[in-house]
Design a protein around this ligand. Structure first.
Ligand code: ZN
Length: 322
């Protein structure tokens, strides 16, 4: 697998972060008028890849103006602290609900260790460094950034997580959606269509907010979506329907198994049946083992996230998901 960036045109490059396996998580480098932004940092293990790229292209570290994790889940922002240490002029652009966690990452680390387990956490993420508060630019909703004359508009996008924003690049009429527009790896692309599934990672998945965020994104009539997991998605108008349907079905699955014993495992099984079936429509030659390799991690996270949603819903006596 070639970890060099893919040139997407219009000053945008897609770099594989090296997270878990090739093609799982991307970060994007964007430049205009001599200035650079890095959208998503990947983990601390990604930082050397970014620095190697900058060095190979002769881009001085002080030309990076913005480091922009769409949200603070560690496959998107885990490398931010280490990366910021290497980029003296950069500001970290982070959602108001994520800013404190970037300055004081202890709680973020302990919450992620709960999801992944300590050993796996250390392998996946390495060291998480704090970022000096004065280098953090809090990303308010509808704020714009000027990258060498290119306008980047920030829109808050809750649903996958409360600390999530999306970036509208008017130059390409494209959205950097983080995890809000779901997951569609290259292995999920068939001859005629691609499979796309939502990401309902714990612990803040909220179906109503996610649907509202999708409506907000689509109201800009995007031509393309830059997925973190993974790459460019075209024809968002057609693709978004898959997400809307899936979000409803995910909630139905969760509610149907709310009172089951060992409900995370049962929900995971139901999600697996759904997603494998849909994936095999797009990629008929794929075996169950291959499908498991492609989707296994996300199905586990999605099941855990639905469990957390059921818990929260019960606690707040939350009335229905539609
Ligand atoms: Zn996430």
């Amino acid at each position: 697998m070639d970890l060099n960036p893919t040139d997407l045109g219009n000053g945008i490059f897609c770099l594989d972060t090296g997270y878990v396996r090739p093609g799982l998580a991307a970060c994007y480098l964007m430049h205009q008028g001599g200035q650079w932004a890095i959208i998503e940092t990947g983990t601390s293990n990604t930082v050397p890849l970014v620095l190697d790229y900058l060095a190979a292209e002769g881009i001085a570290a002080d030309r990076i103006n913005y480091v922009m994790p769409t949200h603070i889940h560690l496959d998107h922002a885990g490398g931010a602290g280490l990366l910021m240490e290497k980029l003296p002029s950069a500001q970290l652009v982070v959602h108001p609900r994520g800013a404190d966690h970037m300055a004081n990452p202890e709680r973020l680390i302990s919450a992620s260790r709960e999801v992944y387990g300590i050993d796996r956490f250390d392998t996946l993420y390495g060291e998480i460094r704090p970022i000096a508060p004065e280098r953090i630019l809090v990303a308010e909703d509808d704020m714009t950034l000027n990258l060498g004359g290119r306008v980047l508009r920030i829109r808050h996008g809750p649903g996958h997580a409360e600390h999530h924003y999306c970036i509208w690049d008017s130059a390409t009429e494209g959205w950097f959606t983080g995890d809000n527009f779901g997951i569609s790896y290259r292995e999920m692309i068939g001859d005629n269509d691609r499979h796309l599934m939502p990401s309902t990672t714990p612990a803040q998945f909220n179906p109503e907010k996610l649907l509202a965020t999708l409506d907000m994104l689509m109201s800009y009539r995007p031509a393309r979506i830059y997925l973190t997991h993974f790459g460019v998605l075209t024809q968002p108008e057609e693709q978004v329907e898959k997400l809307r349907t899936a979000i409803g079905e995910y909630c139905d699955i969760a509610l149907n198994h709310e009172c089951d014993r060992d409900r995370i495992a049962v929900i995971r099984e139901a999600l697996t049946a759904r997603e494998f079936g849909l994936l095999q429509l797009v990629r008929p030659t794929l075996s169950a083992i291959e499908a498991q390799t492609i989707l296994g991690l996300d199905l586990s996270l999605n099941a855990q996230g639905l469990d957390a949603w059921l818990e929260k819903r019960k606690r707040y006596n939350y009335a229905g998901h539609r």
